[in-house]
Design a protein around this ligand. Sequence first.
Ligand SMILES: Cc1cc2nc3c(=O)[nH]c(=O)nc-3n(C[C@H](O)[C@H](O)[C@H](O)COP(=O)(O)OP(=O)(O)OC[C@H]3O[C@@H](n4cnc5c(N)ncnc54)[C@H](O)[C@@H]3O)c2cc1C
Length: 444
Amino acid sequence: MYLPIQDDPTPPQTAYVSRGGEPLKLAPLAGTVQCDIAIVGGGIGGCSAALHAAEGGARVVVLEANQIGWGASSRNAGHLPPATKHDPDEVIARYGAVAGQRLIDAAEQAPVVVGELVARHGIDCEYSVPGIIMAAHTDAAMRNTEKRVDYWSKRGRPVELLDRKKAGEMIGSDYYLGAWIDRRGGRINPLAYVRGLARAAIKAGATLHENTRVAKLERDGAKWKLTTPNGVVLADKVFLCTNAYTDDLWPGLKQTIVPIRVYQFGSRPLRDNVRKTILPGGQPMTDSRRLLSGIRVHSDGRLQFGGHGPAFGPLSKPSAGAAISRLQRLFPQLGDIETDFWWSGFMAMNGDNSWHIHELAPGLLAMLGCNGRGVALATIYGRELARHANGAPTADFVLPKSPPKRIFLYPVAKPLVTALIKYYALRDAIEVRHLERSRPATAA
Ligand SMILES: Cc1cc2nc3c(=O)[nH]c(=O)nc-3n(C[C@H](O)[C@H](O)[C@H](O)COP(=O)(O)OP(=O)(O)OC[C@H]3O[C@@H](n4cnc5c(N)ncnc54)[C@H](O)[C@@H]3O)c2cc1C
């Protein structure tokens, strides 16, 4: 079965574009070139790998089917959480005490690493670390929130439990039962960031090509041969950084993930007096519902928020109505809002909600499975691939290597995931109704 992930090859119009910097306009590959490392995919993962490998002295070629950042890297919500999707005890249970702790530490440092790259390479991408807010919509979620705050505050981390009143002040709404703020997290303009990483990689000596889809990957003597419409790359090592947009380049890789289409909206700039009341500290936020949707306010006063539409199939306009009506219940001060932008991108989901690094064959590595968390994490995993290319053993990866595992129910993923999303939406709706009834009378 083929889950259709092909999209319009032109870059999406998002709330990031006006401050996203200039497109790179790189020439497609022509002719035959030799290099140490060929990287397939010019998103944050591929560009981070290219930058770090080139800085280590490797001859690097990046091949991107569309434009730099065309995939999830320019379409995401731009939140920088300092963690993987799993709580620390789950990470330790999965990878063991030593490797698990290494991953927890690396994920915690990931927003810092992004900040260092931004500073070192002068990337103008609205990087900011005012913290990140996660709100609780049920009593169970609130208990979980308390547990998380307890875990991190015992370790001296800058986290804070927010009761309903305090959460109301920080969010600009007393909708939720409470929340926590993790001051290690932040936000970014991901389009400007990925373009900046690409420019830094070029400065470090890497060669990047746009509009260059790799159609075939095969062994050619001691080298890997990558065939594109107008050229060939012969490389010692290959990194597949194609994530949700993984195609049939390597047999079976696509079947290790399910690409799910996720939607974002950008409002018209809010009136200044309203804008000042919503997330006044500049933090991005999410909540504890199963179907996540982030909210952030841009420097031009636009509100960016997630919404839902068909998870599969070709691009079709989602209805903004449900997303807007939820926002209006959350922030009654908004009044009428209109959207200037909507866009979508694919997230690579899998059974264990985790990124994976696979060594598919000697010298051939793949990183994929973001599950919606990959602005900071793709940066550090890309750096890991580069470290390996520059001599570090793969056993040292901060994310331990794993064998590729085909999703057992892949042939029926589409109906199954569609049904699961409907079920989650129903559970969320029931809980949200309960939450809205518990709201203080003054806010109604
Ligand atoms: C709507 C949305 C919201 C998100 N929000 C957040 C968030 O707030 N915070 C967060 O941390 N993460 C978020 N994510 C996840 C994050 O965007 C991704 O994890 C990250 O961008 C992955 O980067 P990447 O480089 O691995 O993949 P991508 O950026 O998807 O790049 C893959 C590239 O591979 C190219 N490609 C594929 N096949 C080929 C081929 N055969 N030849 C050449 N090129 C090829 C594609 O054209 C594509 O550009 C979100 C994702 C989505 C979709």
